[in-house]
Design a protein around this ligand. Structure first.
Ligand code: ACM
Ligand code: ZN
Length: 491
């Protein structure tokens, strides 16, 4: 009996891998594949409700993707071979879809355009990979895919990817490419780490020195380590691109770059067309040297540099420093029309706060117990400001220390602080998973392998159902200390 069961399992495994599945990332919830096929030709057209601008946009997107390789421009017509159809099907939710590929036609149904867009992404992954090539493919190339029925919807509403553009800078075009990649894997949040100690990357009109000076730096240890690694591995992807350097009147070579507010708006609208919202992060009160170095009175002692472990932070004891933060965020919020903003709040070295008269006065006036609570006081002040502007605040999981507000969302990154998730969710706060291992994709592959990422349990049984309901999703992060170029970023 046992033998028969084993045989039947191994048979069904083989048949599943060979006949019934497609190499799709992420794996859809349900798929059935059959032996028939559909071939896309230049005569195909797309059928959709033309009064729906979002659907028209998705047809344009599909054409943009396939035209360079195929030479096809699929018009929108009444009886096309590819149909996008909005339906009412509660089981699909806001982002789910059903894709039916038959011999003669293709139908994508969804409740919302977001679902249709993901159906199109699945369809694009089903075609031979050359369909997304930027160069025209041979005339006799067959654009054939298996017939299939796929039903899919995401497990979590938050599917994010972060890019650090401070440690090394990426051009607007490179950021757009990154956003394109997110869309292809059905991710819907781009977390843009816009500022850090090593560079300020967003134009703030009220404080021009943030980018005039703060976006540029002399070559540093991170650059040196990229160059060392480039040589050691004989890998040109680790070289620093030459278009990121400028020479000053004094003859210094400076590395850097930043985005103008117009460029930011362009990125926002590009992402919106792909169903992606952008969460801007202006990291404070730590990781802020690129501001502190260029405006006086922001830190406790106008000290620019490293303390014992981290860099000297902003001074929460000085009203002028808080005013600076609010002014910066006012401009940032006006550029990003989304629900969430990210305050950072990670890795704050609080030694200066213990010695600073302004910080100590604030602690006394507010009845705080010490510098941990001073950090929370600062974060809560900023959150009140965001809430008044109709935004919700996210912070790295250090914002739990010293007291978590009821309304902030916690981004858990510290594997070594596993209590953050049970604590925050028990407190009633939403949590986004991004534990460094395996979700820091800037790490070596042994720590962030595909298998580890797929197998990660985002709904552990140790949490109650009520706590699990506060897990809003998952995100991977790309820190750029060791990532100087577009090809390394894509790698
Ligand atoms: C972090 O990696 N410091 C959030
Ligand atoms: Zn201070």
């Amino acid at each position: 009996m046992t033998g028969i069961v084993c045989i039947s399992i191994s048979c069904s495994r083989q048949s599943v891998s060979e006949r019934d599945t497609l190499a799709l990332i992420p794996v859809p919830q349900e798929m059935k594949v059959n032996s028939d096929s559909f071939t896309l030709t230049r005569n195909a057209a797309i059928t959709l409700d033309q009064s729906n601008q979002a659907l028209v946009g998705i047809a344009e997107y599909l054409n943009e993707k396939i035209s360079p390789a195929t030479g096809f421009e699929l018009p929108v017509e009444k009886h096309g071979k590819i149909e996008f159809k909005l339906v009412e099907d509660a089981s699909l939710g806001d982002e789910g879809y059903q894709l039916k590929v038959k011999h003669s036609d293709i139908l994508i149904t969804a409740n919302k355009p977001a679902g249709i867009f993901y159906g199109v992404q699945t369809l694009l992954q089903m075609f031979p990979a050359e369909i997304k090539s930027k160069t025209v493919q041979p005339e006799d190339k067959k654009w054939t895919i298996p017939c299939a029925e796929i039903t899919d919807k995401p497990q979590f509403p938050w599917r994010g990817l972060m890019l650090d553009v401070s440690r090394h800078w990426f051009t607007k075009e490179e950021v757009l490419k990154y956003i394109d990649e997110l869309a292809e894997y059905k991710m819907n949040v781009f977390h843009w780490h816009l500022t850090d100690d090593q560079g300020w990357r967003i134009e703030i009109k009220k404080y021009p020195l943030l980018t005039e000076r703060g976006a540029w730096r002399k070559p540093n240890g991170q650059d040196a380590s990229c160059l060392y690694q480039a040589k050691k591995e004989d890998n040109p992807d680790l070289l620093l691109p030459s278009d990121r350097w400028r020479t000053t009147a004094e003859g210094d070579s400076l590395y850097g770059g930043f985005y103008t507010q117009d460029q930011i708006r362009e990125v926002v609208s590009y992402a919106a067309a792909r169903g992606i919202s952008i969460v801007p992060e202006i990291d404070m009160p730590g990781h802020c040297l690129s501001a502190i170095a260029n405006y006086e009175g922001l830190s406790c002692f106008d000290q620019v540099g490293w303390g014992k472990v981290f860099t000297s932070p902003l001074c929460p004891g000085k009203d002028a420093a808080l005013e600076f933060c609010r002014n910066v965020w006012s401009e940032v919020i006006a550029l990003f029309p989304y629900e969430y903003v990210h305050i950072g709040g990670d890795e704050v070295e609080k030694d200066n706060w213990r010695k600073c008269a302004d910080c100590q006065r604030r602690i006394a006036q507010q009845g705080l117990k010490g510098v941990e609570e001073l950090q929370s006081w600062f974060i809560h002040e900023m959150e009140r400001f965001f809430n008044a502007k109709g935004r919700r605040m996210i912070g790295w999981d250090e914002i739990i220390e010293g007291g978590l507000s009821k309304t902030s969302t916690v981004m858990w990154w510290r594997n070594w602080a596993p209590q953050s998730v049970p604590e925050a969710t028990a407190h009633g706060n939403d949590v986004i998973y991004t534990p460094a291992t395996p979700f820091y994709f800037s790490q070596n592959e042994e720590k962030s392998s595909m298998r580890q990422v797929y197998d990660y349990d985002l709904a552990p049984a140790s949490l109650s159902a009520a706590q699990r309901a506060h897990i809003v999703g998952v995100q991977a992060n790309l820190w750029a200390e060791g990532i100087p170029s577009r090809s390394r970023m894509l790698y």
